[in-house]
Each structure stands twice: as C-alpha cells, then as structure tokens.
Design a protein around this ligand. Structure first.
Ligand SMILES: [Zn+2]
Length: 386
C-alpha cells in the first residue's frame, strides 16, 4: 500500500504541470506572496500561514530543513535564510522524490531558476510545454503581417515540438485571457486574419503591448495546438485574481472537446477545482480527456484526501494525473507530493479493506495515477535520468 511518508517516496510521481522555483527568498512577506493567489496581501493582522496550506507547510517542510514539526513561520523563515536558497531548494525538491517534472516556463520566467538548474536541484528530468499565448506574443513582437500570422505561428509551434529539446505538449491560458465561454468552432483563415489585424492595431500604444486576449485568436491557438496531436493542457478552475472563476469551468469546453475528438490530441484539464467533479465527468465520457486537481492538493492541506476522493469517485482511474502546479517555492513541490501520496493512499485503501482488491492491484493503480498515465500521454521514458 502506498504511504504518505515523505521519506519513503513509495509511489513514483510524474508532476505533469508545475513551474520553476525562485533562487532565494529575501523575507517573510516575499515568501507569503507565494502562498496565495491573492492580488494583495492583507496587511498587519493576518498571514498566509493562517491556512491549511500554511499548517501543512510547517509540518512537512520544517523537518526537511532540520526543524521540529512544531516550528512556527518566523523560525522556519530564519532557518531557510540560514541555509540559503540553493540548499533549501535542493533539500525540499529532492525530498519530493518526483522523477519527471513537466514545467510551464513561459510565465514570469525571469523570476525563476532556469530549466537545467531546476533539473539539477531536483535530481529529476524536467520537460517543458509550449505556452501558446506566450509564443503568439513572441511571434507578434518579432513583427508579422496579419495575413502571415497563422502560418508563422504554426511553424514556430512545430519547431518547439520537435528536435532534441522538444516540448512534450502545449498549454492554453484562455481561461485567464478571456474565459472558456468561447465558440467551440475552429475559426477560419479570414476570421483569424481580421482578428490579428484588430489585435496588432490595438497593441500599438497599449501599455499591455501584444498581450493576446482576442477570443478568436485564443480559439485559433487552441485549434492550432490540437492539430499538432501533442497533449494540450488547458487551465481550468482555481487561479489568481485575473480569472473570472465561473468562466473557467471545464464543462464550458464540452462542445470543443467533442469537435476535437477526431484529431486525437489528448486534452489535459489542469487544476479544475472547484469543478473537479465536472472534470471527472468529462474525463469519464470523452476518451481524449484527462484531468488533475493541481494546486487544490496544496491549498487543502490535510483535507487533500477529501478533494482527491471527490475527484476520482466516478472517474476512470487512468484519466486522473498528479500535478503540483507549484510556482516559486520549492516547498510547494514537496507539499504537493507528500499530500498527494498520503491522500491517494487513504482514498485507495478501501479498495483493499472494502472491495477485496489485493495490495498488488492497488499498488498498480497508485503507480498508474502517480506516473504511468503521464508517462504514456507525454511519451516520457520509464527510467529516471542519471
Ligand atoms: Zn500553473
């Protein structure tokens, strides 16, 4: 039976969606900023540590840095500063015991350590996804005529998905830039050209520059990605204050999912919380749809077991994956791994005690959820990189 003990790392994990970590943390306020999706930290009387996430962090990360499980936030931060960012990052990332990490390095990359350094610190193989909106913005910033944009983008996407350091998939943040409530139909060439004209002319003189939020273009990027056949990650559910939550419900993608089925590209619904039951339904009825509960595992702390149980209660188990959605703090990489292993062990245990399945059978299911499905979908090698 898998256990939740951080030191045992019984269940092999592939983290199919995460971000890199910051090199170092200057102070408690900076640290706390990474513990919340809030736009503003509450001042004075409150702390991001006053949460199930905060409690779980101190409980599991403290001992990895040589503290008691009972240490408080100030003690924790003092110890982290004493050890230094690099040593803290190395200890925390290695304790997570994740074999492969698929990172989205297209968001605030300048604040985070680069991909080779993350791999070094974590002792893991690190792969990347192409962030579609970012790539489109790069293409625009380099100068492109509206009539040439679709071809240029397709070419750059194909390049990113090929070669020795090829990305293993794509990612859409359409939920942030507009909402998932778009037309499900692939836009035609004329529609894309007109939308590109609108986008590029609005970009001139705008403080947000070429930031892409035109719904026709966001749809176009999604379809261009689906046409490559590579796994397409789509942000759904919980996110920061740029998001309108009700417009990030993955059920809004139902018609698009149906229309995309013939293309065969796996659609990976990220985060999903609090719509994880909707996501489980979609993964259950559409062969090419997969899902995870991403950052909810971290926010829920010891309650991760209940969230995970809700996610898989009706889902085919080969459609559910592990992701941390850790951003910035190595702590979040570790916590997600610990809480996921523990929650999974609790949720699968009744298959033995109640449903008379064998230990081996349940270990097989745990390995499939923790890593097998991600290896299969993203084509990752079996063995750990030396
Ligand atoms: Zn993310």
């Amino acid at each position: 039976v898998p256990t939740g003990d951080a030191t045992e790392n019984v269940v092999p994990l592939v983290d199919h969606h995460a971000h890199s970590v910051v090199g170092d943390i200057a102070d408690r306020a900076t640290f706390e900023r990474y513990l919340t999706e809030a736009a503003e930290l509450a001042r004075g009387h409150s702390s991001a540590f006053d949460s199930f996430l905060g409690a779980s962090l101190l409980r599991y990360c403290g001992p990895v840095l040589g503290l008691a499980t009972t240490a408080g936030p100030d003690e924790y931060l003092a110890r982290r500063v004493e050890l230094g960012g690099e040593e803290s990052n190395r200890r925390l990332l290695r304790a997570a015991g994740v074999e492969h990490i698929v990172v989205d390095h297209g968001f605030r990359a300048e604040d985070l350590v680069d991909v080779p350094e993350l791999a070094q610190l974590a002792g893991a193989a690190v792969h990347q996804v192409v962030r579609l909106e970012h790539l489109a913005e790069v293409v625009a910033a380099q100068g492109v005529r509206p009539s040439k944009f679709a071809d240029k983008f397709a070419q750059r996407l194909a390049e990113a998905l090929s070669g020795p350091s090829a990305a293993v998939g794509c990612k859409s943040v359409m939920a942030y830039r507009h909402g998932l409530d778009v037309s499900p139909i692939e836009p035609g060439p004329g529609e894309v050209r007109r939308a590109t004209e609108e986008w590029l002319s609005a970009a001139r003189g705008s403080p947000r520059g070429t930031r892409i939020s035109h719904p026709v273009l966001l749809r176009h990027l999604v379809w261009a990605a689906l046409r490559t056949g590579a796994p397409l990650q789509i942000h759904t559910g919980y996110g920061d204050a740029d998001l309108e939550l009700h417009r990030s419900n993955p059920a809004l993608l139902t018609r698009l999912i149906r229309l995309a089925a013939p293309l065969g590209a796996p659609i990976m619904l990220l985060h999903c919380y609090p719509y994880h039951r909707e996501a489980a339904y979609l993964a259950g009825v559409y062969e090419h749809v997969y899902f995870d509960i991403g950052l909810a595992i971290n926010y829920a702390g010891y309650r991760a077991t209940e969230v995970l149980a809700e996610a898989v209660e009706t889902a085919p188990l080969h459609k559910f994956l592990y992701s941390s959605d850790a951003f910035g703090l190595a702590e979040l990489h570790l916590l997600a791994a610990v809480n996921f292993r523990e929650a999974l062990a609790h949720v699968l245990q009744p298959l033995i005690t109640h449903d008379s399945r064998s230990q081996d059978e349940v270990a097989r299911l745990a390995a499939m959820i923790g890593s097998g499905t991600a290896r299969h979908v993203y084509g990752l090698p079996e063995e750990r990189r030396p």
